[in-house]
Design a protein around this ligand. Sequence first.
Ligand SMILES: Nc1nc2c(ncn2[C@@H]2O[C@H](COP(=O)(O)OP(=O)(O)OP(=O)(O)O)[C@@H](O)[C@H]2O)c(=O)[nH]1
Ligand SMILES: [Mg+2]
Length: 617
Amino acid sequence: MLTERTNLRNVAIIAHVDHGKTTLVDGLLRQAHVFRDNQQVVERVLDSNALERERGITILAKNTAITIWDADTSQPVKINIVDTPGHADFGGEVERVLNMVDSVLLLVDAAEGPMPQTRFVLRKALAMNRRVIVVINKVDRKTANPNDTLNRTFDLFLELGASDEQAEFPVVYTNAVTGQAGWTPDLGPDLQPLFETILRHAPAPIVDPDAALQMLVTTLDYDAHRGGIAIGRVSSGRLVAGQDLVRITRDGAWILERARYLQVHEALERVDVDSVEAGEIAVVAGLNDVAIGETLADVEQPVALPGIDVEEPTVRMTFGVNVSPLAGTEARWSTSRKLRERLFDELRHDMALRVRETDHADTFEVSGRGELHLGILIETMRREGYEFQVSRPTVLMHRDANGEWLEPFEEVHIETTPEAVGVVVELLGRRRGEMLNMVNKDDGTVDLTYLVPTRGLLGFRYQFLTATRGLGVMNSILHGYLPMAGEIPSRTSGSLIASEAGQANTYGLRNAEERGILFVEPGTTVYEGMIVGEHQRPMDLAVNVAKLRHLTNVRQSTKEIDVRLTAPRQMSLDEAIEYVADDELLEVTPLSFRLRKAILNTHERGRQQKRSQMARS
Ligand SMILES: Nc1nc2c(ncn2[C@@H]2O[C@H](COP(=O)(O)OP(=O)(O)OP(=O)(O)O)[C@@H](O)[C@H]2O)c(=O)[nH]1
Ligand SMILES: [Mg+2]
């Protein structure tokens, strides 16, 4: 029989990047008194992994829970809260965790209004019929316009085809930093209005605890002592610690397992419990092998739940065994077997990723939602001790029903200064962007909306930041597949390439410096075919940066010996991924990343280039 679990709520917080989700969770945790009075708590406590803290963004969705008092029923109510990432590349995380909740808090920045990812996450939430509570955050910002934001949010609901019921959403205004909320933009002293709205409007789970057990595995974790951990909502029946169950794989296979350890979320911790009833989010540990999208089911009546749908990837890179002359010197894991294992293991966690074998046993095709999605995987693997080489990202194309090629397009939102508009418009024009809208805002900034082929956006961010002197803000989201946009010129500069192995020295580098911008400094070990700088001109140029000065009897003037090189350009991993050209690779190790030509030998590369030039003419 279906029952309503009135003392439970499952809520996800969804929004565009940076609209304040993780900060709001801090406030909810603090005001639900989950910390000791004198406990020091870091800001954005849920952004707990190293990459999240370094980059100041959420990458993985995370569960937490609070318990608050419901004055109407005089009962404590447990609220499971799932924080989600806002960056478009991690949209797969949001799609997946919506499976655990009955309602969402849709946060919208009162100054920015709804942004591309607001639309994406709202569309998903409406499609899955989740109750939406709109939270207009950052009402304290100077340029905040809460009323306009509310109107535009309402329009977005209608545009996305919300039902009348869905469009009658409750609204709360907040300042997540100070932990204040209100029914109007005039905020009260604390988040009480938000707590009340959740209690009144977030539906309690309606479930059948006496039916056969079903739980959809939505998140994975690992514990050194307890082994594989599966997290998900028990959608029917109940789970008892130590019980036997059937794990139904995504291929439909049945595997007998035991739920050795059983936990639920409490604040930032997980606590052991004896049983979990339908409606609650359970943490099951001690499973032998488990993947996202599988169902944990009753042994007597194993029935699979619908799997987790996430949108297809748009961008692909190859990951190959590192074959540079420096391979094996800086990493713990280098072999193709290790690389293969690691990549395929990632699929168990990440629904938005695809990995395919290629004709070469040492090379794998890895596809994801964008450069950042793949970049985070590369950075994570590098920190785990792997080395490998990756190619330039390319977009994944489709054929339509008539056999015509289609390519992905993105809607791009740009906020910039009036001075930089000209350059940005020119850059995007060259990349086949089509301007959809341009708004001069009261605060002196300019908002541009573009439709741009994803192909044209690869490698764009770095140029954009240079053009806007780091002040521009750019966001993009997949618009869909459209007919091919025609040729897009790639990088306009060639590379400076080491013609000989050795240690770069001042003398050699000084010669190279006259031709462009250096990436390496004196003392860096280089190999033939390694890229040591960016050429000012469109073609590649081989330079010997390890060249030693001929010793002569003629004394050098001190002026000549004391040459100063300009500091080399230090690229971040993201920048290097954007920079790498078609015939180049990026070598990634735990200690360094190096750009290199795919063909290292200078003569052979020359021959190859001539051949392809001849083939083209
Ligand atoms: N002025 C103001 N700043 C806020 C408010 N809420 C959050 N911020 C700031 O906005 C920035 C982003 O906050 P986060 O909580 O990381 O945003 P997020 O939505 O979790 O970001 P992602 O998870 O990366 O999508 C931080 O610098 C916060 O301090 C607010 O109400 N007012
Ligand atoms: Mg966050």
